[in-house]
Design a protein around this ligand. Structure first.
Ligand code: DMJ
Length: 421
């Protein structure tokens, strides 16, 4: 039980981070991720065939926040000496942006020291928060102009039912399949509209309006209550609402809570309540499993309530979204149940995912004998452990009126950033 002893929880989480980092340091150093059972480096196709030390860049700000300064220095040195983006590899722009640019920016802001490899600033993508900060730090307006251009294009486009489909054809500028979700592919778009507004010291009212309109449409078309009274976020596929929610969509509870203040028509209380309902549903998805860890996707259909049906949806890969929502809900309500739920998750991770070479995802959360996927994801160090640590720390550590977290939990400061171009 958590028993109102946050200091002990912080200590355990610190030790979990040490175990994850030290194992990676020992067996996977410089590789993108770690195979904690095989005890060697690992990479997935989001990083192409490159070896970019993704875990190092993703983890250094968490190390810093936890006060692991020797480890932070070690990571910083590796980045300075080895991180080189001049590789010929097909990588995901999204992932490079949120993990690498976000990670390097956060490490810089937290430590006040330059933490950067050689050619990072020039080459990548499309996401608002990181690019606004790139313009702010470099004085070069091009990053800001690019993200504003994208936003303006999107604002002009027709949206089916006010929703933004997940796919856009970059050649024709038209929507692809009409598939809308708050899970993979769609999630951080909405999140970044809200965070762009926050980061601008609430002056970017265009972003806030787009967020409010989108959330209203999401509530109308995607959010439902199950027969058992659980509020869930479904997925819209070609005119049909699938009554299935992904683990990824659980981050939205925290987003609704974060966006409550400043919402139109006195709906702050409503959005905080919605955040609480999503947190509750996602907790149920954990609580209804044997391992007390949540499946990748869960259904609300044919008598099913928050449980996975298909074998390939029963896995847990150390994802952060549910804990992220607990943390935001805790900061806004201080209801102790969020710490209790976070502690249950932390203990389950420590019990079922810890192996001698780090932490591994598990293939079936409904089976009492876990089989491992043998991957320690970099976001486990960047997000899951960071959000857990913050959940049991004082609100003065990374206060929400000074920091905005990108979608990989890398904190960027506000409202110091103002861009006038
Ligand atoms: C992370 O890389 C980010 O949170 C991203 O926005 C969504 N998925 C993973 C973690 O599950």
């Amino acid at each position: 039980m958590y028993q109102n002893k946050p200091t002990l929880c912080v200590l355990s989480l610190f030790q979990m981070m040490k175990h994850a980092w030290d194992s990676y340091r020992q067996y996977g150093w410089g590789h993108n991720e770690l195979k904690p059972l095989a005890k060697k480096g690992h990479s997935t196709n989001i990083f192409g065939n490159s070896q970019l030390g993704a875990t190092i860049v993703d983890a250094v700000d968490t190390l810093y926040i936890m006060g692991l300064h020797d480890e932070f220095k070690d990571g910083q040195e590796w980045i300075e000496q080895n991180l080189d983006f001049s590789v010929n590899a097909e990588v995901s722009v999204f992932e490079v942006n949120i993990r690498f640019i976000g990670g390097l920016l956060a490490a810089y802001y937290l430590s006040g020291q330059e933490v950067t490899g050689s050619s990072i600033l020039a080459e990548f993508g499309t996401l608002h928060m990181e690019f606004v900060h790139l313009t702010y730090l470099t004085g070069n307006p091009v990053y800001y102009q690019k993200v504003m251009h994208i936003r303006k294009l999107l604002a002009k486009m027709d949206r089916p039912n006010g929703l933004y489909p997940n796919y856009l054809n970059p050649r024709t500028g038209r929507w692809g399949q009409h598939h809308t979700s708050l899970g993979g592919l769609g999630d951080s778009f909405y999140e970044y509209l809200l965070k762009a507004w926050l980061m601008s010291d609430r002056t970017d009212t265009e972003a806030r309006k787009s967020y409010d309109d989108a959330i209203e449409a999401i509530e109308r078309h995607l959010i439902r209550k199950s027969n058992g009274g659980l509020t869930f976020i479904g997925e819209w596929k070609n005119g049909h609402l699938e009554r299935k929610m992904g683990h990824l969509a659980c981050f939205a509870g925290g987003m609704f809570a974060l966006g409550a203040d400043g919402s139109p028509d006195d709906k702050a209380g409503h959005y905080l309540q919605l955040g609480a309902e999503i947190a509750h549903t996602c907790h149920e998805s954990y609580d209804r499993t044997v391992l007390k860890l949540g499946p990748e996707a869960f259904k609300f259909d044919s008598g099913l309530e928050a449980v996975a049906v298909r074998q390939n949806e029963k896995y847990y890969i150390l994802r952060p979204e549910v804990i992220e929502t607990y943390w935001y809900m805790w900061r806004f309500t201080h209801d102790p149940k969020y710490r209790q739920w976070g502690w249950e998750a932390a203990q389950a991770i420590d019990r079922y995912c810890r192996v001698s070479g780090g932490f591994s995802g598990v293939k079936d959360v409904y089976s009492s004998t876990p089989t491992y996927d043998d991957v320690q994801q970099s976001f486990f160090l960047a997000e899951t452990l960071k959000y857990l640590y913050l959940l049991f720390s004082s609100d003065d550590l990374m206060p929400l009126d000074s920091w905005v977290f990108n979608t990989e939990a890398h904190p960027l400061p506000w409202p110091s950033v103002s861009v006038d171009f």
